[in-house]
Design a binder for this molecule. Sequence first.
Ligand code: ZN
Ligand code: FE
Length: 255
Amino acid sequence: MALEIHQFPARSDNYGVLIHDSESGMTASIDAPEAKAVKSALVEKGWRLTHIFTTHHHHDHTEGNAALKSETGCEIIGPRGDAAKIPTLDRQIGDGDTFRFGNTEVQVLETPGHTLGHISYYIPEAKVAFVGDTMFAMGCGRVFEGSHEMMWHSLSKLRALPADTTIYAGHEYTLANAQFALTIEPDNAALKARTAEVEALRGQGKPTLPTTLAKELATNPFIRAGERDVKAALGMADAADWQVFSEMRTRKDNA
Ligand code: ZN
Ligand code: FE
């Protein structure tokens, strides 16, 4: 396996990601936030676009689809559950599906909640997952279409991946997420240390993504909803994990 990954900023706070299999020459764009940024990244790397892997239907993840498809003839793969709202989708996929990208196996995880059809792409050989707007560094996506319980179930699926999985997400929301996380767990030493790191990176205009699942397990309050410390901090010692998650999601929405 020879997978190269290139992340780049797009729009105001999105990230685009290209993955390139050097054996087959295939290149996929994870979402297409805008055609211009994706094309610049392709030129910079000298790669030719063959696929788009869509995570969900939102405009800031699909706006580039039509232009990139007409210019490159790339195949656009995306979630069955959001298919009607995704421009120029060629192939619909869903939970448990696997497909080959060059010589690499890609697994599809349904992670609904932000949208009802949202999926994540997991590549075990490369220990990498592309989670769109389901999970962010120290945060998670807003629950626009599903229920809080559904979103908790989706985050639990991601939490169950190996801890050394590298996580690519759709947005640079890390600083605001860290500030919110500190309101939940002000005494979490890992969170305090990471917040300082993130402030320094953002001060230099550098990305705080990708992250790793290990870092999120230590600092992301949303996936830590089942931890005794988090439950206690919220005065919800006896509540179900998803209810603790729901309380935090509601607080963040109103923050
Ligand atoms: Zn979105
Ligand atoms: Fe988004």
